[in-house]
Design a protein around this ligand. Structure first.
Ligand code: PEP
Ligand code: MG
Length: 589
């Protein structure tokens, strides 16, 4: 029995067999195939080489146009290597000789070539070693992308173990086949983690080398509440965890009774409880979990789970579906927040050096105005069907906000001219997730109807901590006094200008931070649907004074450690059955 400790990102306990999913950046396991599979594996290699070569051809043409012939030559060199039989033949041969999977043969052959280049004394060859790794990643991506898709065809339910998972891969999981997942890397508020919570799949990330140790078919326990993963557990431990599962099911049942009750504090203060969703169909969560509407519809997932930009009609269908599922309750649609850890397949081919600080979100929309306008049209058309609000992500200066609003008004005029119905009074808001925007919230408040505080990004930008990097996960803290001060600033500006304000970051779904946010004055929280019953219970059990006192005490602390220790202690005392001893439900820190 081996116990691993990582970062709990999606609650729940599961026990089952392991399915090891290799992804492109780490070593691929040497997996054997039966003799009748050899021809199939060889064909996978040919297909992956062909697809990579085609992709390089496109990159070459683009680079010639944008960067000139010298830069384009690099892709030409890569393509030449791929077409070189002295590289591809040994891959095919290895599959036949050793009876191994395609990705292993590809990886091993690239290793041989890289070693060969490294040993040639001429520095011109040594600098080419990175090109070989780049090529390896490209070809493996084609192979493993296909492999990942295979997960949808998993026959037996299993716990997925992987070095890392993209949000797109996680979004292809279904609960009937994937009991839970664990990864070597990852952070508390990465979009992969958010997806796990949305799907209700227990998950632990940041387990370092688990994917190298775990073997397909092993039995394991995944504890998404405490961040623990146990390989080959003994009988006694399995029994103990079955007990946890039973207890959690009892709590979940007890919370079901709250579904149709209002989220009102004991002193009568109402709290708006909204749902965060990624697909239109999920808006039904409003009814199943008893929410007051959708506070965040992450529309970019429509694109991430498809191989093309969703057309206006496709988008319209999703947005209308959300509006109809919401049955008169408001739906807040956020415009595409692509980039950072949410790359489309096409953009993943040309990664940025600092994607979280790069061409992401609203910036990418401005760079692609036709795409942005298509989305605005689809949103506006859907606004004719029910109460819909629009919100722009990653706004960092007022010019961006004005530009986005101007484009929205242009599209309104187009629709008007075409005689197409839409809601002219649709509320327009923005995410406050860049520290500069939080500090200058007053300036924005004059120009929007509402703010939604995105703590996931606000924390990472304020503390300079990548939200997806397990190595700095200890530093990622929503309770940092600097973050709290920014949140206070936003709430103050919103009040002064009579603008609605909500919080849709993951922190809002955690018992302890929800108490703090309400104590700071927030009356609206938007969370993963499965967290709604928990929060409802919390809200209905406390009163405003308690939350305000708690926020005042927190305000007197000067370190994040004090804040989180205090909040955890209070939450655990108030709700011992909802807040676990070590990790807090909901994951985000
Ligand atoms: C946030 O940044 O807090 C947020 C809600 O948006 P996302 O997690 O999609 O970046
Ligand atoms: Mg964000």
């Amino acid at each position: 029995m081996t116990v691993f400790e990582g970062i709990p990102v999606s609650p729940g306990v599961c026990i089952g067999r392991i399915f090891v999913l290799d992804t492109a950046h780490r070593r691929v396991a040497r997996r054997r195939v039966s003799p009748d599979q050899i021809a199939h594996e060889q064909q996978r290699i040919r297909d992956a080489l062909e697809a990579s070569s085609e992709e390089l051809g496109q990159l070459l043409t683009e680079a010639e146009k944008r960067l000139g012939p010298e830069a384009a030559d690099i892709f030409g060199f890569h393509r030449g290597l791929l077409r070189d039989k002295s590289i591809s033949e040994p891959m095919l041969q290895r599959v036949a000789d050793e009876g191994v999977v395609a990705e292993y043969a590809v990886q091993e052959q690239f290793r041989v070539v890289a070693d060969m280049f490294a040993q040639i004394p001429d520095p011109a060859f040594q600098t080419k070693v990175d090109d070989i790794w780049d090529l390896e990643r490209r070809v493996l991506k084609h192979l493993i992308g296909e492999h990942a898709a295979g997960i949808a065809r998993l026959q037996q339910p299993a716990i997925v173990v992987a070095p890392e998972l993209t949000p797109t891969q996680a979004s292809s999981f279904d609960r009937d086949h994937v009991l839970g997942f664990v990864t070597d890397s990852g952070g508390q508020t990465s979009h992969t983690a958010i997806f796990a919570r949305a799907l209700g799949i227990p998950a632990v990330v940041g387990l370092k080398r688990v994917s190298e140790v775990a073997e397909e078919g092993d039995i394991a326990i995944l504890d998404g509440d405490r961040g623990i993963f146990i390989l080959n557990p003994d009988e006694e431990t399995i029994e103990q965890y079955r007990g946890y599962q039973k207890h959690a099911a009892e709590i979940a049942r007890s919370l079901e009774d709250l579904r149709d009750l209002e989220a009102v504090m004991r002193d009568g203060t109402p709290i708006e409880l909204l749902a965060n969703i990624e697909f239109g169909t999920e808006a039904s969560a409003i009814r199943t979990h008893g929410a007051d509407g959708v506070g965040l519809f992450r529309t970019e997932f429509l694109w991430l789970t498809s191989d093309h930009e969703p057309t206006e009609e496709e988008q319209y269908a999703h947005y209308v579906e959300a509006v109809r599922e919401a049955r008169g309750k408001p739906v807040t649609i956020r415009t595409f927040d692509l980039g950072a850890d949410k790359y489309t397949q096409e953009r993943a081919l040309t990664p940025e050096r600092n994607p979280f600080l790069g061409m992401r979100s609203i910036r990418y929309c401005f760079q692609n105005p036709q795409m942005f306008k298509r989305q605005l049209r689809a949103i506006l058309r859907a606004s004719a069907d029910g109460p819909l609000k629009i919100m722009f992500p990653l706004i960092s200066n007022t010019m961006e906000l004005r530009r986005a609003k101007m484009m929205l008004h242009d599209v309104m005029e187009d629709l008007q001219e075409e005689g197409i119905a839409f809601d002219r009074d649709m509320k327009v808001g923005m995410m406050v997730e860049v520290p500069a925007a939080a500090l200058t919230a007053s300036a924005f408040a004059r120009e929007v109807d509402f703010f939604s505080i995105g703590t996931n990004d606000l924390v990472q930008y304020t503390l300079a901590v990548d939200r997806t990097n397990e190595q700095v996960a200890d530093l990622y803290a929503a309770g940092h006094p600097g973050v709290i001060r920014l949140i206070k600033e936003v709430i103050r500006a919103a009040r002064r200008h009579n603008v609605d304000v909500s919080c849709c970051g993951e922190a809002a779904g955690q018992v302890e931070y929800a108490l703090l946010l309400m104590g700071l004055g927030l009356r609206s929280l938007s969370v993963t649907p499965s967290r709604i019953p928990y929060l409802k219970r919390v809200i209905r059990s406390v009163d405003r004074t308690l939350c305000e006192q708690l926020a005042r005490t927190v305000g007197s602390f000067d370190s994040e450690r004090q804040v989180s220790a205090y909040l955890r202690d209070r939450a655990r005392r108030l709700f011992p059955d909802l807040v676990d001893g070590r990790a807090v439900e909901g994951g985000a820190g």
